[in-house]
Write a protein that binds this ligand. Structure first.
Ligand SMILES: [Zn+2]
Length: 446
């Protein structure tokens, strides 16, 4: 019945569709405007502070490293501005410009089952997005990273990574897509609850597969064996109840000179990973301090908390999609023409793809909240580290990390508040020093 309704012009409905188009256009313009404005602020702020190392770092970071960080930040920011514009044009072309409608019409004529037509729709959109994003990725690696001396990738390795990425998307993403599209067709009005269950199961699966199977496809992980910090490390791990078998060193130097450390996974698959590039730069107490920070993420259950948030949000998002997928104005408002409306509304893949394309335009205002949440976890992990290792060593390790990554010490405060998953250097180190000055290091509570 709904299909026949759609074909008859309905003035009230087209008004809703036009209103939705207008809302989408306004949200898109606002998001582009804010992103470009923040990028320009960041460039101006970093450039204005290029010639002076902030007082707190003056003893530890030289002027040439500081200038390099400024130039590197500006170069990346300029590329990101172009990326914002190209992404916006692509989104307009795919929606209001009729790109997705053309793919829907094309796949409609292919002699496979409706579910596989939707899979083809996703594949076509994926190829288009991949093709547009690829030059940015290439430019970032072989122009910017190369120019600042970070890149260690050959074109062959870069292409190999690309092929592996596509293979992983097909092996892991395709079954999930087929399952969700199938649920949308057969599971009735509550399909979104089933899809949510599938999505959460998939997320947990990835959390186990990423450290154990996926990341090892790209890098070599070796248990952290003998090093000068071994005794302190073992002691700290034992106090925090973390299996020492979960501590790895990754050959990050295979791809770049950037250094880092991270905590990921859960259960038996949980891991703390040091990049070899970072490890070789740190003194034993600094390794212990960075490890204590990562153990903070583990002990304070940051991964589990993020999963819980993601579970609640994705449930709300899927419920919204279930509502929108039944509304003709959702399709018509995003560039599906009247003659295709009935066909599109009969294909769950169209609703899903339109939603995935357009939704971020409306949620970009929420990005600062997510960044803020992440920064809170970083402060908590730093506080944990100051209780279980030397705060001074943590500060020294962070300064090395900023210097080696050419991370700016003088970000624009608004840009940082909007995007940064980690607190800005000066604030973070002031926080650690304040904690260190406050109370003597406590003994580890069991
Ligand atoms: Zn952290």
């Amino acid at each position: 019945m709904r299909g026949r309704d759609c074909r008859t012009p309905d003035p009230a409905r087209s008004v809703t569709a036009s209103a939705f188009t207008a809302l989408f256009a306004v949200a898109l313009c606002a998001s582009i405007g804010v992103r470009l404005w923040l990028a320009r602020r960041q460039i101006a702020h970093v450039a204005a502070h290029r010639e002076t190392v902030p007082a707190a770092f003056a003893a530890r970071i030289g002027i040439s490293a500081h200038r390099k960080a400024a130039d590197y930040t500006v170069a990346k920011q300029r590329l990101s501005m172009l990326h914002v514009l190209v992404d916006a044009l692509l989104l307009l072309a795919m929606t209001l410009g009729g790109g997705l409608a053309a793919i829907v019409a094309w796949t409609e004529g292919i002699g496979v089952s409706p579910l596989w037509r939707d899979v083809l729709l996703f594949a076509a959109a994926g190829v288009i997005y991949g093709a547009v994003n690829l030059p940015f990725s290439w430019w970032h690696t072989f122009r910017i990273e190369e120019r600042f001396g970070f890149n260690r990738m050959t074109l062959g390795l870069w292409l190999g990574d690309l092929a592996k990425g596509i293979a992983i998307a097909v092996v892991l993403g395709l079954p999930l897509l087929v399952l969700v599209l199938w649920l949308m067709r057969v599971a009735g009005t509550l399909w979104w609850l089933w899809a949510w269950g599938a999505w959460m199961a998939f997320q947990l699966l990835i959390l186990v597969l990423y450290p154990t199977l996926i990341a090892p496809l790209f890098n070599k992980f070796t248990p952290m064996g003998e090093n000068p910090a071994r005794a302190r490390v073992e002691d700290l791990l034992a106090r925090c109840g973390f299996r020492s078998a979960g501590l790895y060193v990754m050959d990050g130097s295979k791809r770049s000179g950037h250094g880092n450390a991270y905590f990921t996974g859960f259960g038996k698959a949980k891991r703390i990973v040091f990049f070899d590039t970072l490890l070789e730069r740190l003194a034993p107490e600094e390794i212990e301090a960075v490890l204590a920070h990562e153990l903070g993420h583990f002990k304070l259950k940051h991964v589990a908390k993020r999963i819980a948030w993601s579970a609640a949000l994705s449930l709300a998002v899927l419920a919204l999609l279930a509502f929108l997928a039944r509304e003709p104005w959702f399709y018509a408002g995003l560039g599906i023409p009247q003659p295709l409306l009935a066909v599109a509304m009969d294909r769950p893949g169209v609703a899903l793809e339109l939603f995935l394309l357009a939704f971020p335009v409306f949620t970009f205002v929420l990005e600062p909240l997510s960044a803020q949440y992440s920064r809170r976890h970083e402060f908590e992990a730093d506080a944990f580290a100051t209780r279980h290792a030397s705060p001074a060593a943590l500060t020294l390790a962070l300064v090395k990390l900023y210097e080696d990554n050419a991370a700016t010490l003088t970000p624009d405060p608004l840009h940082s508040a909007f995007y940064d998953s980690h607190p800005p250097a000066a604030i973070r180190i002031a926080h650690i020093e304040a904690l260190a000055g406050g109370a003597p290091p406590m003994a580890m509570a069991a």
